[in-house]
Write a protein that binds this ligand. Structure first.
Ligand code: GLU
Length: 482
């Protein structure tokens, strides 16, 4: 196949937020398209009206954009094969169901949901392994069908699945997958409300949107034989199927939305960077063939190949994600990080008006913060004087013995040039004049300026806080001692 003709799609149902498993599917489609110079589409599968959630669409768009997964064609951006929202394509599905009815590949089924439930229960009692529909309406005569319709009985349209043999397809990741026909019942294509089922709609759309590869989560493997039957019934060429490996939670079991897998936006709120989450998700079922882990988007695209997608389960290891995020935090452009963290500082009630100063704070703290939220929570002293001191630390550092040093510094520092050597020289000379070691004074200074101890290099902090602020805080600490 000409690689420009590679067209893949991410086809979420707007039934809630975009969780990280769904994002991994979108990401692999995106990478596959980008690596091949193909197109990445976004299609909204909203035919299940009972599970539709109004605000879900925006959340999906927002999450994909935040991760950097821009789509070339599809919902909200348009393209030649739209509309890309299934509820706007109902006529097309109906026409295609009619086609299958007309050529005998499908039939109308009038069974009520009570009857279907009964059939299911009976099969269960007989311990029949495959509890599908018993095909009661498959061979109704034309008269019977017409009578039912005349009397206003609602019906669904079902596909006539073959009664013997097996259905097979080649999965790009897993090889040939063969399914005995007794695993596939007569799939409903059109529901009583005239809406298509997922199966009909997705096959019709994949065909008309010229999708070359269907890459999706492995939970859809069981549906694919039905899709194969549909392609055959329509006489259409099949796309290549690729079912991505399951993602397990570290505590075991499948990571799923129903089990509370976090949404992409939850990770944003928790202070993760989109580049880090992107990088992390990339490695859930794929690797570049060497031991590289931290990779830029272009490096990933350059080495992405579907051949290296594994069929083995991937584990969503939060600790690894946090480590990876820390790696990104260290080298992230400070100005860009400042844009993320300034609103969070403001939410904490800090007044941040100088963005250059704020970027300087980021430069000092980004190496020691694993997440944006951590950066947000550990910088208060850069924006306001401490209102008290950590008690345990104060007991150790702010003692009588250190007061003369603090007083001398308060007196001498205002006169010096506010440069590293000059500050350090003054601390050293004050220490020497009092026959103390500078190592005794520095922890007290650190507590004086931060209130909590810790933080970056002392001189870096003093330089960034500026002379007036530093002197004021040193004096405050001396006053605290008494
Ligand atoms: N709408 C399906 C979902 O929500 C898409 C499955 C597919 O990609 O075919 O996951």
């Amino acid at each position: 196949m000409n690689t420009e003709n590679i067209r893949v799609r991410f086809a979420p149902s707007p039934t809630g937020y975009l969780h990280v498993g769904g994002a991994r599917t979108a990401l692999f489609n995106y990478l596959f398209a980008k690596a091949a110079g193909g197109k990445f589409l976004l299609r909204i599968e909203d035919t299940d009206r009972t599970r539709f959630q109004e605000d879900s669409l925006n959340e999906i768009f927002e999450s994909l954009k935040w991760l950097g997964l821009d789509w070339d064609e599809g919902a909200s951006v348009g393209g030649d094969f739209g509309p890309y929202v299934q509820s706007e394509r109902l006529t097309l599905y109906k026409e295609h169901a009619e086609k299958l009815l007309a050529d005998g590949s499908a039939y109308k089924c009038f069974c009520t949901s009570e009857r279907l439930e009964q059939v299911r229960k009976e099969k269960e009692l007989r311990k029949e392994q495959h509890g599908g529909y018993d095909r009661k309406c498959r061979d109704l005569s034309a008269e019977e069908v017409n009578e039912n319709i005349d009397s206003g009985m609602p019906y669904v349209v079902r596909l006539k699945a073959p009664l013997d043999g097996s259905i097979s397809f080649e999965d790009m990741i897993r090889g040939i997958i063969e399914t005995p026909v007794n695993m596939v019942d007569d799939t409903v294509l059109l529901k009583t409300d005239g809406f298509p089922t997922y199966h009909l709609a997705s096959v019709v759309d994949d065909h008309f949107m010229k999708i070359s590869h269907v890459m999706r989560g492995d939970e859809w493997i069981a549906s694919t034989p039905r899709h194969v039957l549909l392609y055959k019934a329509f006489g259409w060429e099949m796309p290549v199927f690729a079912h991505l490996p399951v993602i397990l939670s570290p505590t075991g079991g499948k990571l799923s939305k129903r089990k509370g897998a976090a949404s992409v936006m939850d990770y944003k709120k928790a202070g993760y960077l989109p580049e880090a989450l992107f990088n992390f998700l990339t490695l859930l079922g794929w690797n570049p063939g060497d031991d590289r882990e931290i990779m830029t988007v272009s490096e990933i695209i350059a080495s992405f190949s579907a051949k290296k997608i594994s069929s083995k389960p991937a584990v969503f290891d939060e600790q690894k994600l946090e480590w990876m995020n820390g790696q990104y935090m260290e080298t992230y452009p400070a100005e860009k990080l400042a844009e993320e963290v300034i609103p969070l500082w403001r939410e904490r009630g800090l007044s941040v008006d100088d963005t250059e100063y704020a970027a300087g704070v980021v430069r000092l703290l980004q190496v020691r913060s694993k997440r944006v939220t951590e950066l947000a929570e550990t910088a208060d002293y850069f924006f306001k004087d401490p209102t008290g001191y950590d008690e345990k630390q104060a007991g150790k550092q702010l003692k009588e013995a250190v007061k003369p040093a603090l007083d001398k510094l308060t007196a001498e520092l205002p006169a010096i040039k506010w440069e590293r050597e000059d500050i350090e020289g003054t601390i050293d000379s004050v220490a020497a004049s009092l026959e103390m070691s500078a190592g005794k004074i520095k922890p007290a200074l650190r507590l004086a300026v931060t209130g909590v101890g810790g933080g970056p290099d002392l001189l870096d902090m003093l330089l960034h806080l500026g002379k007036d602020c530093s002197v004021r805080r040193i004096k405050n600490a001396s006053d605290y001692i008494g």
